[in-house]
Design a protein around this ligand. Structure first.
Ligand code: 5AD
Ligand code: SF4
Length: 475
Protein backbone atom coordinates (compact mmCIF):
# COMPACT_ATOMS: atom_id res chain seq x y z
CA UNK A 1 0.00 0.00 0.00
CA UNK A 2 1.18 3.48 -0.83
CA UNK A 3 0.73 6.37 1.47
CA UNK A 4 0.51 10.03 0.47
CA UNK A 5 2.87 10.94 -2.34
CA UNK A 6 4.35 14.13 -3.73
CA UNK A 7 2.53 16.90 -5.53
CA UNK A 8 3.89 15.61 -8.85
CA UNK A 9 0.58 13.91 -9.51
CA UNK A 10 -1.29 17.20 -9.76
CA UNK A 11 0.55 18.31 -12.85
CA UNK A 12 0.20 14.90 -14.42
CA UNK A 13 -3.55 14.98 -13.88
CA UNK A 14 -3.89 18.51 -15.20
CA UNK A 15 -1.93 17.56 -18.28
CA UNK A 16 -4.41 14.88 -19.36
CA UNK A 17 -6.50 15.97 -22.31
CA UNK A 18 -9.76 14.08 -21.78
CA UNK A 19 -12.10 15.71 -19.27
CA UNK A 20 -12.45 13.66 -16.16
CA UNK A 21 -15.64 13.12 -14.26
CA UNK A 22 -16.22 12.68 -10.57
CA UNK A 23 -19.32 11.52 -8.75
CA UNK A 24 -19.50 12.26 -5.03
CA UNK A 25 -22.12 10.65 -2.83
CA UNK A 26 -22.51 12.01 0.66
CA UNK A 27 -24.05 10.39 3.69
CA UNK A 28 -24.82 11.82 7.11
CA UNK A 29 -24.52 15.34 8.43
CA UNK A 30 -24.36 18.84 6.94
CA UNK A 31 -20.63 18.88 7.48
CA UNK A 32 -20.34 15.98 5.04
CA UNK A 33 -22.52 17.76 2.48
CA UNK A 34 -20.23 20.74 2.76
CA UNK A 35 -17.03 18.66 2.65
CA UNK A 36 -18.33 17.06 -0.55
CA UNK A 37 -18.69 20.52 -2.11
CA UNK A 38 -15.17 21.42 -1.08
CA UNK A 39 -13.86 18.18 -2.60
CA UNK A 40 -15.72 18.99 -5.82
CA UNK A 41 -14.15 22.47 -5.84
CA UNK A 42 -10.70 21.00 -5.26
CA UNK A 43 -11.12 18.42 -8.01
CA UNK A 44 -12.50 21.01 -10.43
CA UNK A 45 -9.04 22.58 -10.25
CA UNK A 46 -7.65 19.19 -11.27
CA UNK A 47 -9.89 19.06 -14.35
CA UNK A 48 -12.73 17.00 -12.91
CA UNK A 49 -16.34 17.84 -13.77
CA UNK A 50 -19.04 16.64 -11.41
CA UNK A 51 -21.58 14.12 -12.71
CA UNK A 52 -24.80 12.83 -11.16
CA UNK A 53 -24.38 9.09 -11.69
CA UNK A 54 -21.52 6.77 -10.74
CA UNK A 55 -21.64 4.90 -14.05
CA UNK A 56 -20.57 8.08 -15.88
CA UNK A 57 -17.67 8.78 -13.53
CA UNK A 58 -13.93 8.08 -13.68
CA UNK A 59 -13.76 8.67 -9.96
CA UNK A 60 -16.46 7.84 -7.43
CA UNK A 61 -16.13 9.19 -3.91
CA UNK A 62 -18.32 7.91 -1.10
CA UNK A 63 -18.27 10.53 1.63
CA UNK A 64 -19.30 8.37 4.52
CA UNK A 65 -20.91 8.60 7.95
CA UNK A 66 -20.00 6.46 10.96
CA UNK A 67 -22.44 7.85 13.51
CA UNK A 68 -24.73 4.82 13.64
CA UNK A 69 -24.22 1.24 12.48
CA UNK A 70 -26.86 1.52 9.74
CA UNK A 71 -25.11 4.50 8.17
CA UNK A 72 -21.76 2.71 8.16
CA UNK A 73 -23.17 -0.52 6.72
CA UNK A 74 -24.77 1.35 3.80
CA UNK A 75 -21.26 2.14 2.61
CA UNK A 76 -20.35 -1.51 2.17
CA UNK A 77 -23.46 -2.30 0.15
CA UNK A 78 -22.76 0.71 -2.08
CA UNK A 79 -19.14 -0.41 -2.44
CA UNK A 80 -20.39 -3.84 -3.52
CA UNK A 81 -22.40 -2.21 -6.33
CA UNK A 82 -19.45 -0.07 -7.41
CA UNK A 83 -17.13 -3.04 -7.39
CA UNK A 84 -19.53 -4.98 -9.64
CA UNK A 85 -19.65 -1.98 -11.99
CA UNK A 86 -15.86 -1.80 -12.08
CA UNK A 87 -15.55 -5.49 -12.84
CA UNK A 88 -18.23 -5.37 -15.50
CA UNK A 89 -16.08 -3.28 -17.83
CA UNK A 90 -14.95 -0.13 -15.99
CA UNK A 91 -11.50 -1.25 -14.80
CA UNK A 92 -10.16 2.32 -14.82
CA UNK A 93 -12.81 3.69 -12.52
CA UNK A 94 -11.28 4.80 -9.21
CA UNK A 95 -13.22 4.22 -6.03
CA UNK A 96 -12.49 6.42 -3.02
CA UNK A 97 -13.93 6.22 0.47
CA UNK A 98 -13.83 9.53 2.34
CA UNK A 99 -15.43 10.79 5.56
CA UNK A 100 -15.85 9.21 8.95
CA UNK A 101 -15.97 5.52 8.01
CA UNK A 102 -12.67 6.07 6.21
CA UNK A 103 -11.24 7.65 9.34
CA UNK A 104 -12.54 4.96 11.67
CA UNK A 105 -11.80 1.88 9.61
CA UNK A 106 -8.83 2.88 7.43
CA UNK A 107 -7.16 -0.06 5.71
CA UNK A 108 -9.89 -2.41 6.96
CA UNK A 109 -12.12 -1.00 4.20
CA UNK A 110 -9.73 -2.25 1.54
CA UNK A 111 -9.51 -5.62 3.25
CA UNK A 112 -13.31 -5.88 3.05
CA UNK A 113 -13.54 -4.48 -0.47
CA UNK A 114 -10.42 -4.96 -2.61
CA UNK A 115 -11.66 -2.68 -5.39
CA UNK A 116 -11.39 0.44 -3.24
CA UNK A 117 -8.40 2.51 -4.43
CA UNK A 118 -8.31 5.41 -1.97
CA UNK A 119 -9.23 5.84 1.69
CA UNK A 120 -9.11 9.42 2.94
CA UNK A 121 -10.19 10.81 6.30
CA UNK A 122 -12.15 14.03 6.82
CA UNK A 123 -9.07 15.94 7.96
CA UNK A 124 -6.94 15.03 4.95
CA UNK A 125 -9.15 15.33 1.89
CA UNK A 126 -7.19 18.41 0.78
CA UNK A 127 -4.56 15.81 -0.17
CA UNK A 128 -6.88 14.08 -2.67
CA UNK A 129 -4.89 15.09 -5.77
CA UNK A 130 -1.73 13.49 -4.39
CA UNK A 131 -3.68 10.44 -3.28
CA UNK A 132 -5.15 10.09 -6.76
CA UNK A 133 -1.68 10.12 -8.25
CA UNK A 134 -0.44 7.63 -5.67
CA UNK A 135 -3.35 5.31 -6.34
CA UNK A 136 -1.93 4.54 -9.77
CA UNK A 137 0.83 2.57 -8.09
CA UNK A 138 -1.22 0.91 -5.37
CA UNK A 139 -3.81 1.52 -2.71
CA UNK A 140 -3.61 5.01 -1.19
CA UNK A 141 -4.60 5.61 2.40
CA UNK A 142 -4.50 8.80 4.44
CA UNK A 143 -6.26 8.91 7.76
CA UNK A 144 -3.87 11.24 9.54
CA UNK A 145 -4.84 14.29 11.52
CA UNK A 146 -2.33 16.49 9.70
CA UNK A 147 -0.53 19.40 11.28
CA UNK A 148 -1.30 21.72 8.38
CA UNK A 149 -4.60 23.60 8.17
CA UNK A 150 -6.79 21.76 5.69
CA UNK A 151 -8.59 24.99 4.80
CA UNK A 152 -5.36 26.74 3.89
CA UNK A 153 -4.81 23.99 1.31
CA UNK A 154 -8.29 24.02 -0.16
CA UNK A 155 -9.22 26.46 -2.91
CA UNK A 156 -11.49 29.28 -1.72
CA UNK A 157 -15.02 28.54 -2.90
CA UNK A 158 -15.24 29.73 -6.48
CA UNK A 159 -17.72 32.55 -7.19
CA UNK A 160 -19.27 30.89 -10.21
CA UNK A 161 -19.58 27.52 -8.49
CA UNK A 162 -21.08 29.15 -5.41
CA UNK A 163 -23.68 30.91 -7.53
CA UNK A 164 -24.83 27.60 -9.03
CA UNK A 165 -25.55 26.26 -5.56
CA UNK A 166 -28.18 28.87 -4.72
CA UNK A 167 -28.36 31.67 -2.15
CA UNK A 168 -27.58 29.60 0.96
CA UNK A 169 -24.26 28.08 1.96
CA UNK A 170 -22.45 26.32 4.78
CA UNK A 171 -19.29 27.68 6.31
CA UNK A 172 -17.16 25.39 8.48
CA UNK A 173 -16.04 27.44 11.47
CA UNK A 174 -15.14 24.67 13.88
CA UNK A 175 -14.38 20.98 13.62
CA UNK A 176 -13.98 18.11 16.02
CA UNK A 177 -15.23 17.57 19.53
CA UNK A 178 -13.67 17.19 22.98
CA UNK A 179 -16.87 16.24 24.79
CA UNK A 180 -16.67 12.45 24.52
CA UNK A 181 -20.33 11.61 25.02
CA UNK A 182 -20.29 7.90 25.81
CA UNK A 183 -22.16 6.86 22.65
CA UNK A 184 -20.46 9.07 20.08
CA UNK A 185 -17.71 8.37 17.54
CA UNK A 186 -17.23 12.00 16.55
CA UNK A 187 -14.28 12.74 18.88
CA UNK A 188 -12.52 9.76 17.24
CA UNK A 189 -13.44 10.35 13.61
CA UNK A 190 -13.23 14.14 13.52
CA UNK A 191 -10.56 14.55 16.15
CA UNK A 192 -9.96 17.26 18.72
CA UNK A 193 -11.80 20.55 18.66
CA UNK A 194 -10.28 23.24 16.47
CA UNK A 195 -11.64 26.66 15.47
CA UNK A 196 -10.77 28.68 12.37
CA UNK A 197 -9.58 32.27 12.84
CA UNK A 198 -12.15 35.07 12.66
CA UNK A 199 -10.28 36.88 9.86
CA UNK A 200 -10.28 33.83 7.55
CA UNK A 201 -13.99 33.32 8.16
CA UNK A 202 -14.77 36.99 7.59
CA UNK A 203 -12.94 36.86 4.23
CA UNK A 204 -14.71 33.70 3.19
CA UNK A 205 -18.13 35.04 4.23
CA UNK A 206 -17.49 38.30 2.34
CA UNK A 207 -16.59 36.37 -0.78
CA UNK A 208 -19.76 34.34 -0.38
CA UNK A 209 -21.90 37.46 -0.02
CA UNK A 210 -20.24 38.96 -3.10
CA UNK A 211 -21.18 35.78 -5.00
CA UNK A 212 -24.85 36.22 -4.06
CA UNK A 213 -25.07 34.10 -0.91
CA UNK A 214 -27.67 35.61 1.41
CA UNK A 215 -27.76 33.03 4.16
CA UNK A 216 -24.82 31.26 5.79
CA UNK A 217 -25.08 28.39 8.23
CA UNK A 218 -21.99 28.26 10.42
CA UNK A 219 -21.23 24.60 10.95
CA UNK A 220 -19.13 22.55 13.31
CA UNK A 221 -19.53 19.30 15.25
CA UNK A 222 -19.72 21.41 18.38
CA UNK A 223 -20.15 24.82 16.80
CA UNK A 224 -20.97 26.82 19.92
CA UNK A 225 -17.65 25.73 21.44
CA UNK A 226 -16.12 27.97 18.73
CA UNK A 227 -13.16 29.97 20.05
CA UNK A 228 -11.27 31.30 17.04
CA UNK A 229 -8.24 33.57 16.95
CA UNK A 230 -9.59 37.13 17.04
CA UNK A 231 -6.44 38.65 15.52
CA UNK A 232 -5.71 40.58 18.71
CA UNK A 233 -4.11 37.81 20.67
CA UNK A 234 -7.39 36.55 22.09
CA UNK A 235 -10.16 34.13 21.23
CA UNK A 236 -13.60 35.08 19.95
CA UNK A 237 -16.65 33.03 20.89
CA UNK A 238 -19.46 32.19 18.50
CA UNK A 239 -21.48 35.27 19.48
CA UNK A 240 -18.54 37.54 18.53
CA UNK A 241 -18.10 35.73 15.24
CA UNK A 242 -21.81 36.10 14.47
CA UNK A 243 -21.65 39.83 15.29
CA UNK A 244 -18.67 40.24 12.91
CA UNK A 245 -20.32 38.35 10.06
CA UNK A 246 -23.60 40.21 10.55
CA UNK A 247 -21.75 43.38 9.48
CA UNK A 248 -21.33 42.04 5.95
CA UNK A 249 -23.59 43.79 3.43
CA UNK A 250 -25.77 41.51 1.37
CA UNK A 251 -25.62 38.74 3.92
CA UNK A 252 -29.06 38.75 5.52
CA UNK A 253 -29.34 35.54 7.48
CA UNK A 254 -27.07 33.59 9.79
CA UNK A 255 -27.64 30.20 11.39
CA UNK A 256 -25.42 27.78 13.26
CA UNK A 257 -25.40 24.03 13.91
CA UNK A 258 -24.88 21.89 15.87
CA UNK A 259 -24.61 22.90 19.48
CA UNK A 260 -24.01 21.49 22.93
CA UNK A 261 -26.09 22.79 25.89
CA UNK A 262 -22.91 23.33 27.95
CA UNK A 263 -21.61 25.84 25.40
CA UNK A 264 -24.74 28.01 25.16
CA UNK A 265 -23.18 31.02 26.84
CA UNK A 266 -24.96 34.24 27.81
CA UNK A 267 -23.49 36.13 24.84
CA UNK A 268 -24.85 33.60 22.36
CA UNK A 269 -28.27 33.65 23.98
CA UNK A 270 -28.22 37.47 23.90
CA UNK A 271 -27.33 37.35 20.18
CA UNK A 272 -30.72 35.73 19.59
CA UNK A 273 -32.31 38.85 21.12
CA UNK A 274 -30.02 41.49 19.66
CA UNK A 275 -28.99 40.36 16.22
CA UNK A 276 -31.79 40.49 13.64
CA UNK A 277 -29.70 38.56 11.14
CA UNK A 278 -29.44 35.57 13.47
CA UNK A 279 -32.41 33.40 12.57
CA UNK A 280 -34.84 32.30 15.33
CA UNK A 281 -33.93 28.63 15.19
CA UNK A 282 -31.86 26.59 17.61
CA UNK A 283 -30.82 22.99 17.20
CA UNK A 284 -29.76 21.94 20.68
CA UNK A 285 -29.45 18.19 21.16
CA UNK A 286 -30.53 16.92 24.58
CA UNK A 287 -30.40 13.15 23.82
CA UNK A 288 -32.44 12.13 26.90
CA UNK A 289 -34.69 13.60 29.56
CA UNK A 290 -33.48 11.27 32.31
CA UNK A 291 -30.75 12.57 34.62
CA UNK A 292 -29.54 9.04 35.22
CA UNK A 293 -29.14 8.38 31.51
CA UNK A 294 -27.65 11.82 30.83
CA UNK A 295 -25.00 11.01 33.40
CA UNK A 296 -24.32 7.59 31.90
CA UNK A 297 -24.05 9.31 28.52
CA UNK A 298 -21.40 11.67 29.94
CA UNK A 299 -23.42 14.61 28.65
CA UNK A 300 -22.16 16.98 31.37
CA UNK A 301 -25.64 18.48 31.85
CA UNK A 302 -28.86 17.39 33.49
CA UNK A 303 -32.44 18.03 32.47
CA UNK A 304 -32.77 21.15 34.64
CA UNK A 305 -29.70 22.69 33.08
CA UNK A 306 -31.14 22.06 29.63
CA UNK A 307 -34.50 23.50 30.63
CA UNK A 308 -32.82 26.59 32.01
CA UNK A 309 -30.92 27.20 28.78
CA UNK A 310 -34.16 26.84 26.83
CA UNK A 311 -35.99 29.23 29.19
CA UNK A 312 -33.24 31.84 28.82
CA UNK A 313 -33.18 31.47 25.05
CA UNK A 314 -36.95 31.78 24.86
CA UNK A 315 -36.83 34.86 27.07
CA UNK A 316 -34.33 36.36 24.60
CA UNK A 317 -36.29 35.33 21.51
CA UNK A 318 -39.84 34.18 22.34
CA UNK A 319 -40.68 32.91 18.85
CA UNK A 320 -37.54 30.77 18.52
CA UNK A 321 -38.04 27.38 16.84
CA UNK A 322 -36.41 24.66 18.91
CA UNK A 323 -34.97 21.46 17.57
CA UNK A 324 -33.12 18.58 19.20
CA UNK A 325 -31.64 15.10 18.87
CA UNK A 326 -32.77 12.13 20.95
CA UNK A 327 -31.44 8.64 21.49
CA UNK A 328 -33.78 5.94 22.79
CA UNK A 329 -32.67 2.61 24.21
CA UNK A 330 -29.31 3.76 25.55
CA UNK A 331 -27.86 0.95 27.75
CA UNK A 332 -29.74 0.74 31.04
CA UNK A 333 -32.63 2.96 29.88
CA UNK A 334 -35.77 1.87 31.76
CA UNK A 335 -39.37 2.63 30.93
CA UNK A 336 -39.23 5.33 33.64
CA UNK A 337 -36.14 6.92 32.05
CA UNK A 338 -37.91 6.95 28.72
CA UNK A 339 -40.97 8.54 30.32
CA UNK A 340 -38.66 11.31 31.60
CA UNK A 341 -37.67 11.97 27.98
CA UNK A 342 -41.32 12.10 26.91
CA UNK A 343 -42.10 14.46 29.81
CA UNK A 344 -39.24 16.79 28.85
CA UNK A 345 -40.46 16.87 25.25
CA UNK A 346 -44.00 17.71 26.41
CA UNK A 347 -42.69 20.44 28.65
CA UNK A 348 -40.51 22.13 26.05
CA UNK A 349 -42.33 21.71 22.75
CA UNK A 350 -40.09 21.28 19.71
CA UNK A 351 -40.59 22.64 16.22
CA UNK A 352 -38.58 19.76 14.75
CA UNK A 353 -36.34 16.97 15.97
CA UNK A 354 -34.25 13.96 15.06
CA UNK A 355 -34.50 10.75 17.04
CA UNK A 356 -32.60 7.50 16.85
CA UNK A 357 -32.33 4.06 18.38
CA UNK A 358 -29.10 3.62 20.26
CA UNK A 359 -26.47 1.80 18.25
CA UNK A 360 -23.18 0.76 19.88
CA UNK A 361 -20.19 2.18 18.03
CA UNK A 362 -16.73 0.66 18.13
CA UNK A 363 -14.27 2.50 20.35
CA UNK A 364 -16.87 4.42 22.35
CA UNK A 365 -17.32 4.11 26.11
CA UNK A 366 -20.88 2.82 26.02
CA UNK A 367 -19.97 0.09 23.51
CA UNK A 368 -17.79 -1.50 26.22
CA UNK A 369 -20.92 -2.60 28.09
CA UNK A 370 -24.01 -4.51 26.99
CA UNK A 371 -26.53 -3.07 24.51
CA UNK A 372 -29.26 -4.27 26.83
CA UNK A 373 -32.51 -2.63 25.75
CA UNK A 374 -34.31 -5.18 23.55
CA UNK A 375 -34.74 -4.17 19.91
CA UNK A 376 -38.55 -4.37 20.14
CA UNK A 377 -38.47 -2.02 23.12
CA UNK A 378 -36.22 0.43 21.27
CA UNK A 379 -38.63 0.38 18.32
CA UNK A 380 -41.68 0.96 20.52
CA UNK A 381 -40.01 3.86 22.34
CA UNK A 382 -38.82 5.42 19.10
CA UNK A 383 -42.32 5.19 17.62
CA UNK A 384 -43.90 6.79 20.69
CA UNK A 385 -41.32 9.59 20.77
CA UNK A 386 -41.58 10.26 17.05
CA UNK A 387 -45.38 10.40 17.24
CA UNK A 388 -45.13 13.04 19.97
CA UNK A 389 -42.49 15.02 18.09
CA UNK A 390 -44.53 14.89 14.86
CA UNK A 391 -47.53 16.22 16.77
CA UNK A 392 -45.44 19.09 18.09
CA UNK A 393 -44.01 19.85 14.67
CA UNK A 394 -47.56 19.92 13.29
CA UNK A 395 -48.63 22.31 16.04
CA UNK A 396 -45.67 24.60 15.39
CA UNK A 397 -46.42 24.69 11.66
CA UNK A 398 -50.14 25.26 12.26
CA UNK A 399 -49.28 28.27 14.36
CA UNK A 400 -47.78 29.95 11.28
CA UNK A 401 -51.04 29.56 9.29
CA UNK A 402 -52.36 33.00 8.40
CA UNK A 403 -49.14 34.68 9.50
CA UNK A 404 -46.71 36.50 7.25
CA UNK A 405 -43.15 35.18 7.37
CA UNK A 406 -40.09 36.21 5.39
CA UNK A 407 -39.00 33.52 2.98
CA UNK A 408 -35.64 33.26 1.27
CA UNK A 409 -36.32 31.60 -2.07
CA UNK A 410 -33.66 29.04 -2.87
CA UNK A 411 -34.76 26.97 -5.86
CA UNK A 412 -37.61 26.17 -8.21
CA UNK A 413 -40.27 24.03 -6.53
CA UNK A 414 -41.20 20.53 -7.61
CA UNK A 415 -44.09 21.76 -9.80
CA UNK A 416 -43.64 24.17 -12.69
CA UNK A 417 -44.29 27.75 -11.67
CA UNK A 418 -43.47 27.07 -8.02
CA UNK A 419 -40.60 28.48 -5.96
CA UNK A 420 -39.26 26.90 -2.79
CA UNK A 421 -37.60 28.58 0.13
CA UNK A 422 -37.21 28.66 3.89
CA UNK A 423 -38.89 30.65 6.62
CA UNK A 424 -36.77 32.10 9.45
CA UNK A 425 -37.81 29.00 11.43
CA UNK A 426 -36.27 26.72 8.78
CA UNK A 427 -39.67 25.57 7.52
CA UNK A 428 -39.87 24.69 3.84
CA UNK A 429 -42.28 27.07 2.07
CA UNK A 430 -43.69 26.75 -1.46
CA UNK A 431 -45.26 29.56 -3.43
CA UNK A 432 -46.91 29.52 -6.89
CA UNK A 433 -45.59 32.45 -8.90
CA UNK A 434 -45.98 31.22 -12.50
CA UNK A 435 -43.24 29.75 -14.71
CA UNK A 436 -41.93 33.09 -16.00
CA UNK A 437 -41.52 34.58 -12.56
CA UNK A 438 -39.58 31.69 -10.99
CA UNK A 439 -36.03 32.82 -11.89
CA UNK A 440 -36.73 36.33 -10.66
CA UNK A 441 -37.69 35.06 -7.21
CA UNK A 442 -34.57 33.02 -6.61
CA UNK A 443 -32.27 34.68 -4.09
CA UNK A 444 -34.95 37.07 -2.86
CA UNK A 445 -36.33 37.41 0.63
CA UNK A 446 -40.03 38.19 0.44
CA UNK A 447 -42.89 38.28 2.93
CA UNK A 448 -45.19 35.32 2.42
CA UNK A 449 -48.58 34.76 3.95
CA UNK A 450 -48.89 31.12 4.92
CA UNK A 451 -52.16 29.82 3.49
CA UNK A 452 -51.96 26.01 3.79
CA UNK A 453 -50.05 23.17 5.41
CA UNK A 454 -48.80 20.13 3.53
CA UNK A 455 -47.12 17.15 5.15
CA UNK A 456 -43.55 18.42 4.89
CA UNK A 457 -43.95 22.02 3.91
CA UNK A 458 -46.03 25.16 4.07
CA UNK A 459 -47.75 26.88 1.18
CA UNK A 460 -48.27 30.57 0.86
CA UNK A 461 -48.58 33.65 -1.31
CA UNK A 462 -46.34 36.68 -1.68
CA UNK A 463 -47.61 39.35 0.67
CA UNK A 464 -45.69 42.43 -0.45
CA UNK A 465 -42.30 43.81 -1.44
CA UNK A 466 -39.38 42.38 0.45
CA UNK A 467 -35.72 42.83 1.19
CA UNK A 468 -34.95 42.61 -2.50
CA UNK A 469 -32.15 40.91 -4.31
CA UNK A 470 -28.49 40.59 -3.58
CA UNK A 471 -27.21 43.78 -2.02
CA UNK A 472 -30.53 44.59 -0.40
CA UNK A 473 -32.05 46.63 -3.25
CA UNK A 474 -35.79 46.94 -3.05
CA UNK A 475 -37.65 44.25 -4.96
N1 5AD B 1 -26.48 5.69 18.49
C1 5AD B 1 -27.61 6.38 18.15
N2 5AD B 1 -27.60 7.70 17.88
C2 5AD B 1 -26.43 8.35 17.93
N3 5AD B 1 -26.11 9.63 17.74
C3 5AD B 1 -24.79 9.78 17.92
N4 5AD B 1 -24.22 8.61 18.25
C4 5AD B 1 -25.24 7.69 18.27
C5 5AD B 1 -25.28 6.32 18.55
N5 5AD B 1 -24.20 5.63 18.90
C6 5AD B 1 -27.09 10.67 17.44
C7 5AD B 1 -27.12 11.74 18.53
C8 5AD B 1 -26.42 12.89 17.87
C9 5AD B 1 -26.83 12.71 16.42
C10 5AD B 1 -26.01 13.42 15.43
O1 5AD B 1 -26.75 11.31 16.23
O2 5AD B 1 -28.47 12.05 18.82
O3 5AD B 1 -26.80 14.15 18.38
FE1 SF4 C 1 -20.73 13.53 19.82
FE2 SF4 C 1 -21.29 14.56 22.23
FE3 SF4 C 1 -19.37 15.69 20.69
FE4 SF4 C 1 -21.96 15.92 20.00
S1 SF4 C 1 -21.00 16.74 21.85
S2 SF4 C 1 -20.23 15.38 18.63
S3 SF4 C 1 -22.80 13.95 20.64
S4 SF4 C 1 -19.32 13.63 21.58
Amino acid sequence: MVDRSSKAGNAALRGTAAPRRVHIKSYGCQMNVHDAERMADLLAGEGYAEVDAPDEADLVILNTCHIREKAAEKVYSELGRLSAMKRAGRPDMRIAVAGCVAQAEGAEIIRRQRDVDIVVGPQSYHRLPALLAASRAGKAIDTEFPEEDKFAHLPAPDRRRLATRGPTAFLTVQEGCDKFCAFCVVPFTRGAEMSRPVAALRDEARAMAAAGIREITLIGQNVNAYHGDDGQGGAAGLARLIAELAEIDGLDRLRYATSHPRDMDAALIAAHRDNPKLMPYLHLPVQSGSDRILKAMNRRHDRDFYRRIIDETRAARPDIALSSDFIVGFPGETEADFEDTMALVREIGFASAFSFKYSPRPGTKSAEGPDDVPEAEKSARLAALQALLAQQQGAFNRATLGRVVEVLFEKPGRHPGQVAGKSPYLQAVHVEVGPEAVPDHLGRILPVEITALASNSLHGRIAGPGLGRIGGKAA
